[in-house]
Design a protein around this ligand. Structure first.
Ligand code: SF4
Ligand code: SF4
Length: 96
């Protein structure tokens, strides 16, 4: 599967003010979609940043991070991922 074909099932947000650039999330991420940015935060650390496509929303980076509030992971619901793929979905039984 090419980089362009990988679908995000999760979304990673890094609070650059809280990240200490330890790299634990980078090591822990199974699909290896986190890297350390070239930019420095106000502490002088290179902060974690999403570096690819294919986040699964597993939350392992969140669990690995020692800094409270540095990482938030959003798991994209099927409706969002389907929309991202450009598919029309039918919500069966959804209120009108
Ligand atoms: S949620 Fe999982 S796949 Fe996504 S960036 Fe974090 S560790 Fe990687
Ligand atoms: S584990 Fe947390 S503190 Fe360490 S680089 Fe990742 S986001 Fe930053």
């Amino acid at each position: 599967m090419t980089e362009a074909e990988k679908q995000d099932r999760g979304q990673l947000r890094v609070n650059e003010d809280e990240c200490k650039g330890c790299g634990l999330c980078v090591e822990a991420c199974p699909p290896k979609v986190i890297g350390l940015s070239e930019r420095l935060n106000h502490y002088g650390y290179r902060t974690a940043a999403y570096a690819g496509a294919g986040c699964t929303g597993c939350g392992i980076c969140f669990l690995a991070c020692p800094e409270p509030g540095a990482i938030t992971v959003f798991r994209l619901c099927d409706a969002v991922t389907a929309k991202v793929r450009g598919r029309v979905i039918q919500m069966q039984g959804a209120p009108r």
